[in-house]
Design a protein around this ligand. Structure first.
Ligand code: KG4
Ligand code: ZN
Length: 350
């Protein structure tokens, strides 16, 4: 079954073509350059950028997948597509709307089936994606414990099977990626902060600044990152710019280490409490090599297999993750029956 999947929940315009679980193409048009000077995403600008880019990205994804031959247009290519999947939420409402409108147009014009996908389920199921050769062929054992960390959310999910999720803990305020983005801004760097902090932290002293590990004393599995951010802010707010830039590597390493400690303290506790058979991780922050290394180490200590998306770019937002979630929704017969009634849901729960 060929799936065309659309993701426009934040600042990436993404379209992927899948053949069941296999990625045939995965085109991402990033808007990062538009938002560097603002230090974060501006919804109106994101919406306009999605509108300008979405059709060229649809065409590019069809071409790269091989479904659209050089001589053909979109009409011929769409004959080979069986299902359209689109992100319904959570995300920026006006950005989501662009993808949903295009999905409706494709489904109505070409008489295709439609599924609406939860963005977070997409991040989780990105671990089930395969390349064109059907690799990796993972046999993930359930229940599995999933750590999903991005700019919009930080969640611990107990997954009993595909489609069966129980959120056992989450951030009560900022997401981990959001905290990294804000710390980068405080250090005078641009957006998105996660990769910048990662680069600086490599050569920094992680014990330079004493920072809290918020909520680590509580027995629940919830997170909080706003107190950490505030503590960071108060410790450097009197500093002159020159001093901050001289110490940027140490500051980045200290902040990143506090965020990762917080993530792993709760994960470790949840493993002990819930006794899963495996671990999964996903979301933009999981693109971080230091976090991946630390997660692998924890999994080894606990004697559990751990899985992360098989390619770095499958951690951050992309269309393939929406396609795979759409594939499983189709298998569960969760099709949208009244296409014109499908609405974006900026606060959609998992
Ligand atoms: O999953 P994602 O692309 O979008 C959301 O659903 O939010 O995640 C974006 C977040 C941003 O906060 C970004 O700073 C962070 O992921 N991020 C990273 C890295 N790459 C992206 N954080 C740490 N290290 C990275 N290498
Ligand atoms: Zn995301």
């Amino acid at each position: 079954m060929k799936i065309l999947a659309i993701e426009t929940s934040c600042d990436d315009t993404c379209v992927a073509i899948l053949d069941n679980q296999k990625i045939l193409s995965n085109v991402i048009s990033s808007q990062i350059d538009l938002f560097k000077k603002w230090g974060g995403v501006v919804p109106d600008i994101a919406k306009r950028a999605h509108q300008d880019r979405i059709w060229p990205v649809v065409n590019e994804a069809l071409k790269r997948s091989g479904l659209m031959k050089d001589k053909d247009g979109i009409d011929e290519a769409m004959k080979k597509v069986d299902l359209v999947a689109v992100t319904q939420g959570p995300g920026l409402a006006i950005a989501l709307g662009v993808g949903i409108d295009v999905a409706k147009e494709l489904v109505t014009k070409y008489k295709k089936k439609l599924v609406a996908v939860n963005h977070i389920e997409g991040h989780i199921l990105s671990n089930f994606l395969k390349n064109r050769n059907g690799k990796p062929n993972r046999k993930i054992k359930f229940p599995t414990l999933v750590l999903t960390v991005s700019g919009g959310h930080t969640k611990l999910v107990l997954m009993k099977g595909i489609g069966k999720y129980e959120v056992i803990g989450q951030s009560l305020d900022d997401a981990a990626g959001e905290a990294l983005d804000k710390a980068s801004k405080m250090l005078g760097f641009s957006y998105p902060g996660g990769p910048i902090i990662e680069r600086l932290a490599k050569e920094g002293n992680k014990n330079f600044l004493k920072l809290p590990r918020p909520m680590s004393q509580f027995k629940n599995y919830d997170y909080s990152f706003s107190g950490l951010k505030t503590s960071f802010y108060y410790q450097i707010r009197e500093w002159k710019k020159e001093r901050i830039s001289k110490r940027a590597k140490d500051l980045a390493a200290s902040f990143q280490n506090a965020v990762f400690d917080s993530l792993l303290i709760k994960l470790s506790r949840a493993i002990d409490g819930l006794k899963p058979k495996s671990l999964l991780a996903s979301g933009g922050v999981m693109a971080n090599l230091e976090l991946r290394k630390r997660l692998r180490k924890l999994a080894k200590e606990k004697g559990l297999p751990v899985y992360m998306p098989f390619k770095k770019e499958l951690n951050t937002d992309n269309g393939a993750m929406i396609g795979i979630a759409g594939y499983y929704k189709y298998k569960r017969s969760e099709l949208i029956k009244k296409v014109d009634r499908l609405e974006r849901q900026s606060r959609l729960e998992l």
